[in-house]
Design a protein around this ligand. Structure first.
Ligand code: GCU
Length: 597
């Protein structure tokens, strides 16, 4: 009963923003707005503020045109340059490579809406702050560069001559999430797909269809309708499992679902996905869902009741082979393909929610996922707006990915300094995540310290509130030379599983030398050899995720001829070339895989 209540509670929490959770577009009429958009680069935000730095009513969102030869209009989208959406602006134009500021996007479109249909404009993500307008009217705004959002445009859309204008600003701010300093490129723009989604007047707005925690044959969750006709019968069908179950929604359009089912469980070895349809009297959505249970017992992580070792690798959302923010299914298939080649059954998607293609490909390919929000390094812990922003990003990623079997861990932070303010901030996020999703594990890349020069200690107070401990360490790169790992022991205050969430070092592909010459493949290989023997000695280690699968851009890495604004800790270069250390990890993972069967 407690779990049903928790799950219903989530549905009620999610009620907070009834229309902004079109989580699944399968089975819905969608119209892509991807392609070339006209843009105006506006470093002084003169399209938003007047010369007194007050928001102007006559900004670029009006897409104004001179009505007579004497009219004064100082911008014209239709004569302006274009940028491709989805895509970051930094890698589309050399002038914008380092640009941080505002860019205005405009897309014109015609749309014949079915009489009683509702229409939404959906953004996969916009980095970082988006102000959205349709036909000169403000639809709303969104903060956070890595989660989806949408606005209803039913009443504003017209058959022809619509213009959607988005002000995207990727300026970094101290109070933002992430804050000023990160070790990844601040790619700006409409970085993921934009589409129009048409629904019936009362539609299936959101649902959770997963195994009840701890069970392997009981499905529980909820379905929520939005619109006028909220009291309806809804039917959940899983044809392959012979499931046809009907439930009634209450006056708020909410139905709890709970039923037995004989299901083939999802796992990396057999990533079984079922076609699931949810039918209401006025709407129908389809999805592909895997069913698996994930829990911990002491220092073990149990997948479907059996201990599992997370053979992982970290990945940034950097596009393979071309660079820039990755966004497509092809990008996901390439990156996860390399992870599979490495022998991974797990990926840590750092340090922010990656695009939905990545998550759905992980579902299909059978790769377990650690999903993280960008509470990274030194956030403004005591700023309530910063906390609300972080909570909102957590709500949005959980809303989007809660039906994905692949996602097993929500991570609320990376390398955040110890303080009471930090602990209460992160505890708030952990409680929020558990309320939103009682079915998954919570973790974070925590702090650790030397007890003496031979012992690493994990006693970060945050550990008490997590299910899985995460730790980043760079023994052999930032901390001594590779062989330092040989004498190191790891201790933990907690009887919990540890995932070593980062380790490794930089090497430029094809740069060779002896095993103690930095930046060479041999030095990186040397690090990994010593790391693996150290990791094997940690009794409570249940996962490893080297930093990182592929080299990625970072403004903090200028070393000419070696880094050139790339972090070179990849096991694979940005052009997909495998470095020597790749094969060291691959060999260990093959051993582990064999030993686990
Ligand atoms: C840190 C951090 C990463 C960073 C890495 C590095 O631990 O979490 O974001 O890129 O170390 O220094 O390469």
């Amino acid at each position: 009963m407690k779990i049903c209540l928790a799950i219903l509670l989530f549905a009620l929490c999610a009620q907070a923003h009834p229309t902004d959770l079109i989580t699944n577009t399968d089975g819905r009429k969608t119209t892509s707005l991807d392609g070339q958009w006209q843009v105006i680069v506006d470093p002084y935000e003169s399209g938003y503020y007047n010369y007194r730095y007050q928001p102007s009513d006559n900004g670029y969102f009006k897409n104004a045109k001179p009505k007579s030869k004497s009219d004064l209009i100082e911008y014209d989208f239709d004569k302006s340059a274009t940028l491709k959406v989805p895509g970051d602006w930094n890698t589309q134009s050399d002038q914008l490579f380092f640009y941080e500021g505002t860019v205005w996007y405009k897309k014109s479109f015609d749309y014949q809406r079915k009489a009683d249909a509702r229409l939404f404009v959906y953004f996969g993500a916009a980095n970082y702050f988006a102000d959205v307008y349709l036909n000169g009217e403000k639809l709303g705004q969104h903060e956070g560069g890595f989660t989806p959002f949408n606005f209803e445009i039913t009443k504003l859309v017209r058959d022809t001559g619509n213009f959607l204008v988005v002000k995207v600003d990727n300026k970094r701010r101290r109070d933002a999430v992430p804050t000023l300093m990160t070790d990844w490129w601040n790619y700006g723009g409409l970085t993921r797909e934009v589409m129009l989604i048409e629904t019936s007047s009362t539609f299936v707005n959101d649902y959770l269809v997963q195994l009840k925690p701890g069970s392997r044959d009981r499905v529980s969750g909820w379905v929520r309708l939005a619109g006028e006709k909220l009291s309806q019968r809804i039917t959940v069908r899983i044809p392959e499992a012979g499931v046809v179950k009907s439930f009634a929604t209450d006056g708020n359009g909410l139905a709890a679902i709970d039923f037995n089912a004989d299901l083939k469980l999802w796992s990396p070895e057999s990533p079984k996905l079922y076609d699931v349809t949810i039918e209401a009297e006025t709407d129908r959505v389809r999805d592909q869902i895997g069913f698996r249970s994930i829990e911990t017992r002491g220092t073990d992580i149990l997948l479907n009741g059996r201990p599992v070792f997370l053979r992982g690798v970290c990945i940034h959302e950097e596009a393979p082979l071309r660079g820039g923010r990755a966004y497509s299914r092809e990008d996901a298939v390439t990156l996860l393909g390399w992870a599979k080649e490495l022998g991974a059954n797990f990926v840590r998607l750092a340090h922010y929610p990656h695009n939905e293609f990545m998550i759905r490909e992980a579902d299909r390919m059978g790769i377990l996922v650690w999903s993280e929000i960008p509470v990274y390094w030194t956030i403004e812990w005591e700023n309530p707006a910063t906390l609300e922003n972080a909570r909102n990003q957590l709500s949005e990623v959980i809303a989007r990915d809660k039906n994905r079997a692949a996602v097993v861990i929500w991570s609320v932070a990376n390398e955040t300094p110890l303080s009471d303010a930090r602990l209460s901030f992160l505890r708030n996020l952990i409680t929020h995540a558990r309320q939103l999703d009682p079915t998954r594990l919570l973790s974070a890349a925590m702090e650790r310290h030397y007890l003496d020069n031979k012992t690493q200690m994990i006693d970060d107070p945050l550990g008490e509130f997590l299910d899985v401990l995460g730790c980043n360490e760079y023994v052999g790169w930032y901390d001594g030379l590779p062989e330092k790992a040989d004498g190191l022991e790891w201790k933990s205050k907690y009887q919990k599983p540890l995932v070593m969430s980062e380790f490794g070092g930089d090497a430029l592909f094809n740069h060779h030398g002896d095993s103690l010459t930095r930046w060479t493949e041999e030095y990186q290989e040397n690090i990994y050899q010593h790391q693996i023997s150290m990791l094997k000695r940690i009794p409570f280690l249940r996962g490893a995720a080297p930093w990182i699968l592929m080299d990625f851009r970072s403004p903090r890495r200028p070393l000419p001829g070696i880094q050139d604004y790339w972090n070179r800790k990849g096991l694979v270069s940005d052009r997909g070339e495998k470095k020597k250390a790749f094969y060291i990890m691959q060999r260990w993972y093959r051993e582990l895989k064999k030993s686990q069967h």
